[in-house]
Design a protein around this ligand. Structure first.
Ligand SMILES: [Zn+2]
Ligand SMILES: [Zn+2]
Length: 362
């Protein structure tokens, strides 16, 4: 039998006061709130108090697959000397400008170093589809300058593969809580309140697949977010043949920098999952939690995007279309005069309505 020192060493799970060991009962009792406890329960509770929140992420392997010599000889890399972006494509496709900053000075070179993509979602839409989608976007826009459709120049439509990391991992959580259940009742003389204290322990584990993170700092995040989602079930193994006629942005965000994102995603999922398991308690307060993310793996995936650059009155407007689903995004120019015209028209309508109401009221 373990020896229990007769000192105020263990804290009462109910009120936090020091506990005393009662030899007769073989239990720990609290002189302050009057509760008695099994020794093991108190030990477990006190151990959980000492535990600090822990969260760790461990990696199985980071992607390491390199281009082979054959592939390297069939590919070109272009570096933009304005924004520093690097794009790659096969040797039958020429990059004549930077798809991000439009700088025409892109320097061709050989592909050296860098990882080979693991997978790709091939383009399912054509350049013509992108053009049609753009024209459709312009239709029925009352604030679009009248001459825009006639005068704008749809300068460039480029199919570009945007690098993404897709993470896979297994996560587990172990957490402890202090909970209470309170009941009230009364008789002719007294109102009674009974509070039961509980020490709760919860655990869960799950496998996570396909947590995405943008691997390019050059690609505008808001553009990417507005053309999502991509159907990740259509991911196929990468082959250089998919690059023909398209450009591919080279990742510049390392796979392991997604650690925070993975942890956050796993954490949120477990928090939602476990919160549903506390039914019927008056209060639940977490005392400690250990979150573990193991066997993290990253897949390097290329996603298809059409980038459209159009010029109107010397200003460039950028549009993007999801190359898989055809979802389109971008901001059209607004005619200030038409905006005012539109505004006064609405004001006039409101005035008429108000006048009518006044007339009716008379
Ligand atoms: Zn107590
Ligand atoms: Zn550039």
């Amino acid at each position: 039998m373990s020896t229990i020192p007769n000192v105020l060493e263990y804290k009462c799970p109910c009120c936090g006061a020091g506990l005393k060991f009662s030899g007769a009962e073989q239990k720990l009792s609290c002189e302050y709130c009057g509760n008695t406890f099994e020794v093991e329960t108190v030990k477990e509770y006190n151990a959980s108090l000492g535990r600090t929140d822990e969260q760790s992420v461990s990696w199985e392997d980071a992607p390491t697959e390199q281009w082979n010599d054959d592939e390297q000889s069939q590919m070109r890399s272009y570096i933009c000397n304005s924004c520093g972006g690097e794009i790659i494509t096969d040797d039958t496709t020429a990059a004549t400008f930077c798809p991000y900053c439009e700088n025409p000075a892109v320097l061709p070179g050989n592909v050296s170093g860098g990882l080979r993509p693991d997978a790709v979602i091939p383009f399912k839409t054509s350049k013509e589809d992108a053009q049609q989608a753009f024209l459709k976007l312009c239709k029925g826009k009352p604030l679009l300058p009248k001459d825009f459709t006639a005068k704008h120049r749809l300068e460039k439509i480029t199919g570009i593969y945007v690098p993404f990391w897709l993470y896979e991992c297994s996560g587990s959580i172990d957490s402890q809580y202090k909970a209470t259940r309170t009941h009230h009742w009364s008789d002719a003389h007294y109102i009674y309140t009974k509070t039961d204290h509980y020490m709760l322990s919860r655990g869960a584990s799950a496998q996570f697949d396909g947590i995405p993170m943008d691997g390019s700092s050059k690609m505008d995040d808001t553009i990417m977010e507005s053309i999502e989602p991509f159907d990740m079930t259509q991911v196929v193994d990468f082959d250089t043949a998919y690059l023909s006629g398209f450009l591919a942005d080279k990742y510049d965000v390392e796979a392991k920098s997604g650690e925070d994102r993975i942890r956050q995603r796993v954490d949120n999922t477990f928090t939602d999952l476990l919160s549903g398991s506390f039914v019927g308690y008056s209060s639940v307060v977490p005392t400690s939690r250990q979150l573990q993310v193991k066997h993290s793996k990253a897949k390097y995936v290329l996603l298809p995007v059409w980038m459209l650059h159009t010029k109107y009155q010397d200003k460039t407007y950028v549009f993007a279309m999801n190359g898989q689903t055809g979802k389109m995004t971008g901001t059209l120019p607004i005619d200030k005069k038409r905006q005012w015209g539109w505004f006064s028209l609405v004001t006039a309508a409101v005035t008429v309505a108000v006048t009518l109401i006044q007339l009716l009221g008379q």
